[in-house]
Design a protein around this ligand. Structure first.
Ligand code: ADP
Length: 428
């Protein structure tokens, strides 16, 4: 396709796009200037076929007046006119910034010298037409400039539309940013509120628990069966409330903690996890750790907390009589690493896979197992704060495979913790 035909195709495509948006480009103006009424009429008749607006002027002065009123796609100027000739008129037209680029075609006699033509080009002529004008040539030349003007107009309209769309997008972005700011502030207020509540509730709860424990020990003999049962229920409720406030405090703490990401060796982290949680080393449970682990970029305290929740769930949610078996491994996925905690537990229906990461969400046979429904919410919040994500693959009866995905740490940046020896798999 030639440049000319591709321009035309572009212009047509733009025009039909605008047309479909209800934008019509009005007819364009063509200015014909000649002191000879016969020539003026003849040229006007030829150009009428272009189906644009043809405006005529019989002198340079009249042409200048028309230019004050309208914009023109192209001007045809007779060179030899009395008073103000074509060249002089062109000079005055070019003086106005609005018409700096309006194409001017001079209409002149064949015997015009090269010098005269050069003079015309210097004054801003884009082309010449020689008398007697051939109608098809006149039409063809004018049509080129009318097409050009139409394309310019289309581009201008598109640019205006783009600018207004950009403005609208900028306005929406600003609105979203403001909403975000408000939400963050509200969130912070809520977090600080729940932190205060959980914190303040703990002391009286602890006291309640202590007194009940004291009473159960000292008054055992004096209580009948029903009273002992009541005491036991109050004790259990106090423990549940205490656990709940503890977990809520942890959750708000994770949300507020200052984040400083660093490369972490998972082997070292698991060793620390076991030291901090002696209950995980239960002789009836088996925890197997893959021999090779990929290091990640994260925050040690948050990752430790998350893995602790996942391992404790993996050990907890097993059918009665089944020995828990937990496997911890990593897998590189592109530039990320997934840390998996797999179990042989009761499994979770896929319909709950998203829900369980919400606060206080407990699903399935929850009454069989202790819990607060905060552990996985902590995992999700911690993963997000470390610029990572988390999820689960599971189905009822087939165990679960929980994962946390974080950025992979370059191997050369991970320094082995010299104090910690390699952790051996714990087997019963
Ligand atoms: P909690 O353990 O205190 O109940 P979590 O937030 O840790 O709360 O877990 C939410 C729910 O997800 C649990 O109550 C349980 O229904 C389900 N769940 C979590 N981990 C497991 C698992 N390993 N196997 C089966 N179900 C699980």
């Amino acid at each position: 396709m030639t440049q000319k035909t591709s321009n035309k195709a572009n212009s047509k495509a733009l025009l039909s796009a605008l047309d479909s948006q209800g934008v019509q480009i009005p007819k364009l103006n063509i200015l014909l200037v000649d002191d000879n009424p016969g020539k003026l009429m003849a040229h006007e008749a030829v150009l009428a076929e272009l189906n644009e607006n043809v405006v005529t002027a019989s002198s340079g002065h009249q042409a200048l007046q028309e230019l004050l009123r309208k914009d023109f796609a192209v001007i045809l100027l007779d060179v030899s006119m009395p008073e103000l000739d074509g060249f002089e008129t062109a000079r005055l037209i070019r003086e106005r910034p609005r018409f700096e680029r309006t194409p001017i075609i001079f209409v002149t006699a064949y015997n015009t010298t090269d010098l005269d033509r050069l003079h015309g080009y210097k004054l801003g002529a884009v082309d010449y037409l020689f008398l007697p004008v051939v109608p098809d040539v006149l039409k063809a030349k004018v049509k080129v400039f009318v097409e050009l003007a139409r394309q310019n107009r289309v581009i201008q309209i598109q640019a205006e539309r783009l600018a207004s769309q950009n403005q609208e997008q900028a306005r929406q972005l600003q609105m979203i940013q403001e909403l975000n700011r408000t939400l963050t502030e509200t969130n912070k207020e809520l977090e600080s509120f729940s932190y205060t509540i959980s914190h303040d509730l703990r002391a009286p709860l602890r006291a309640l628990r202590g007194y009940i424990e004291y009473l159960s020990e000292t008054c055992q003999g004096a209580l009948d069966e029903t009273s002992r049962d009541c005491m036991e229920r109050i004790h259990r409720a106090a423990i549940t409330l205490d656990n709940l406030t503890h977990d809520l405090l942890e959750y708000t703490h994770i949300s507020r903690e200052q984040i400083e990401l660093e490369p972490i060796r998972i082997e070292d982290l698991i060793q620390e996890l076991l030291q901090l949680n002696p209950s995980f080393q239960n002789p009836d449970a088996k925890i197997v750790v893959a021999p090779e682990m990929h290091p990640v970029v994260g925050q040690k305290s948050l990752l430790l907390h998350s893995l602790s929740n996942l391992v404790s769930n993996a050990l907890k949610f097993v059918r009665p009589g089944v020995a828990p078996c937990v496997r911890i491994k990593t897998m590189q996925v592109g530039d990320k690493v997934r840390i998996y905690v797999e179990d042989n537990g009761i499994g979770i229906s896929p319909v709950y896979h998203t829900r369980i990461f919400g606060l206080f969400e407990r699903v399935g046979e929850v009454n069989r197992y202790d819990g607060t429904g905060v552990g996985l919410a902590i995992v999700a919040r911690a993963a997000a704060r470390m610029a990572g994500s988390c999820g689960v693959e599971s189905s009822p009866g087939s165990g679960s495979s929980f994962w946390i995905e974080l950025a992979a740490a370059p191997l050369n940046q991970v320094v082995a913790n010299s104090c910690t020896k390699r952790w051996e798999p714990v087997t019963p």
